[in-house]
Ligand binder design. Structure first.
Ligand code: IPT
Length: 270
């Protein structure tokens, strides 16, 4: 028995840890995993990857590519009777999916900063072609608005640590005062910490930073990163278990499962 995984670029920490978790759970249940990686999110690349895996006769597919609703439907249609589970789509989409609760994650981060007295919060968002990045951004904005606050600046990176570094330097050069920075993923936050450090801004004394993901390295950043944990091991096992259930029993009712996220308080906020 073989599962197919179509994944975003594995040089990103989150997709790589998700792939590892899927692989471990599949091995436990004696399933093989064949994988196809896409460099940049792109519908045609995703379709080609899916076709490639279908031609290898996979029994089911997990798709970890950020997809808009119509794009996911198009992929679903290509697969015919082969079950497909999406992990980076809108939780509102009527399809088989397991995603993380982005809105609550964003709210937890804002509430944490507000409780510490922060009022000047800047946002470093993820790429706008990712539904998860947009949901985190909207969640931050809503949660700030509840406290009658507006982000003092909004920048956008591409999930990489280099983009986090460069965008944080750009933010600093705006000369807009900010005491806290919400970052859409830990990898960009790593770059932010370097930019702040090089600019003589001490974390958390001058600026607090909250990441998103809690990838395995985040506890070893300097300082250890306060972040929103998405439990990638839980996602890996839940998605393999669900896909195997779909393989065994064909048409289960569509289910969009949303996994909870938690705040992990470390040393970058005060
Ligand atoms: C999402 C990560 O949070 C982000 O850091 C980035 O790696 C992105 O994946 C790449 O697509 S996790 C996803 C399951 C929403």
């Amino acid at each position: 028995h073989t599962l197919g995984l179509v994944t975003s670029n594995l040089s990103l920490h989150a997709p790589s840890q998700i792939a590892a978790a899927i692989k471990s759970q599949a091995s436990k249940l004696h399933f093989n995993v064949v994988m196809s990686m896409i460099e940049q999110p792109d519908l045609n690349a995703c379709k080609n990857a899916v076709n490639g895996l279908l031609s290898q006769r996979v029994d089911g597919l997990i798709v970890n590519i950020p997809l808009e609703d119509e794009q996911a439907q198009a992929i679903r249609a290509m697969c015919g009777t082969v079950p497909v589970l999406f992990v980076d789509v809108s939780p509102e989409l009527a399809t088989h999916s397991i995603t993380f609760d982005a809105v609550t994650g964003a709210h937890l981060a804002v509430e944490h900063l507000v409780a510490q007295g922060h009022k000047q919060v800047a946002l470093l968002c993820g790429p706008q072609d990712s539904v998860s990045a947009r949901l985190r951004q909207q969640g931050w904005q809503q949660a700030l608005a509840k406290h009658h606050l507006n982000a003092v600046a909004q920048l956008q990176g591409d999930w990489s640590s280099l983009s986090g570094y460069l965008q944080t330097l750009a933010l600093i050069s705006l000369n807009t005062p900010f005491t806290a920075l919400l970052v859409a993923n830990d990898q960009m936050a790593l770059g932010s910490l370097r930019a702040l450090n090089e600019s003589g801004l001490s974390v958390p004394k001058h600026v607090s930073v909250v990441g998103y993901d809690d990838t395995e390295d985040s506890a070893c950043f300097i300082p250890p990163l306060t972040t929103i944990k998405q439990d990638f091991k839980a996602l890996g096992s839940a998605s393999v278990d669900r896909l195997i259930a779909l393989i065994h029993s064909g048409d289960l009712p569509l289910q969009a499962t949303v996994l909870a996220v938690t705040l992990i308080e470390r040393k970058t906020t005060a």
